[in-house]
Ligand binder design. Sequence first.
Ligand code: F6P
Length: 535
Amino acid sequence: MTTLMKNLTEHREWQALAEHSHEMKHQHMRDWFSQDPQRFSRFSQKTGHLLLDYSRNLMNDQTITLLCDLANVVGLPRKIKALFEGEAVNSSENRPALHTALRDITHTPIFVDGENIAELITEAQEKMRQVVAQIHTHQWIGVTGKPIRHIVNIGIGGSYLGPMMCTQALKDFAVSDLQFHFISTIDQSHLQDVLQQIDPAATLFIISSKSFSTLETMTNAQAILTWMKDKHGPHVLEQHFIAITAASDKAEALGIPQQNIFPLWDWVGGRYSIWSAIGLPLMLMIGPAHFDEFLAGAYEMDQHFRTADFAHNIPVILGLLSIWYINFFGVAAQAIAPYSYRLRHFVPYIQQAEMESNGKCVSAKGDRIHYPTGSVIFGEEGSNGQHAYHQLLHQGQHLIPIDFILIGKTETDNDNEQQAILFASGLSQAQALMQGRIDISEPSGHQMVPGNRPSNILFLDRVNPRNLGALLALYEHKIFVQGAIWDIVSFDQWGVELGKQLLPNILRCIQEEAWVEQADSATAGMIQHYKQVKR
Ligand code: F6P
């Protein structure tokens, strides 16, 4: 019990890692590879159709042992159990985080406040299937009798990034010719661009918002509703608007009929909600059978995470390695490079998941903590990144670990060489980062590339629904492992709330001169400048 109450950095295991990191900083990965031909097989792990190669990291067997010791002493096994069993792991909001229940293909009963949520999930999924069938078979028609051809998702953050990224990623699995559009920001240009592309009489608008009070989403939804009513009269709601929300009363107040409202629940975080009805655009694109595969892939990863011992557990290894770099090497940023056009929106999705979850400075108990948590997540589709930011990874002064996501086969033409070139591009980057420049005799001068820069390779056989589900669940659990070690609440986002609270005041300052005087000088100065430009 006493060990559990220690501050993280006071644990013997933490101090052992600190000492070990000093030894590791004087070694070069290149030497480890030449001494040990088995390094790849010793430091790679497969589950399902996903292979993790973590051999190009600044670590050895002892590192993994020490990291696993730390995971054990802070109670990671207990915390994983608590996550899956629906304990209030979101302790600052006193609620569970049960995204794993959404993809539990065994539908095992699980209770929240005395209610079996497995039943609620099954009901919601059934409702999704029915609507998808009606739209695909053209039974669902618009007010003028046209079948639905366009789906417009109105939502932001987790109510946007997941459906947008996944519909791009799984385009090859589309079972209908529906066109998908996304409106997230409040910039009118975004709205106008989308409205120009659609036929309103053949469009279904999906208002996705857990809270149904997010400013951007509600403003866009209102604007579109007015626009639709102008075009097609007051009775457009039933045939053209769906809401996905945990605040059904607010959706009803907007006029959305009850049968068009899909549930979300407090125990699903926005950034973990793609598995819920927030995934409706994805189900509309790929159909219920593929959507089930997507859930099944995530479920398989959940099982792997729950059962594999830590040294062979892919999310645990990734989470612990990121702790290793952030807390013992001073790493502040980590890159992700998916070498797949289909996964080109993967990075912003993971960026929200990781930075919103783990950008915290108080412990689960609410005490100020003094070790780094979270990191900047950035990246770009490969090989675009190679021709942009990779220079800094190779020769810059910052240590930036990178995850390469490499793909075996695409769903299109695999006979041409392009896929091989794409794969080879990513692999050669990982090799270059690891070994540095070895083809010049003088290890200095402008061409000198030091190497010894860490990377992981996540290799997927192909980008299909099952593998995508597994990949997303893998990163979710990696983030959970980080949060569990850092003893923070990964499922709240109080920092974001502050900006939301301040915005109405700033708007007021713009509208009413008297309010400007209350603002700080930088804010007031910028408001004055804005007003001058607008005059
Ligand atoms: O940015 C904060 C946030 O609450 C995210 O966590 C969430 O995904 C997004 O806003 C959208 O929230 P909602 O689904 O309630 O509109």
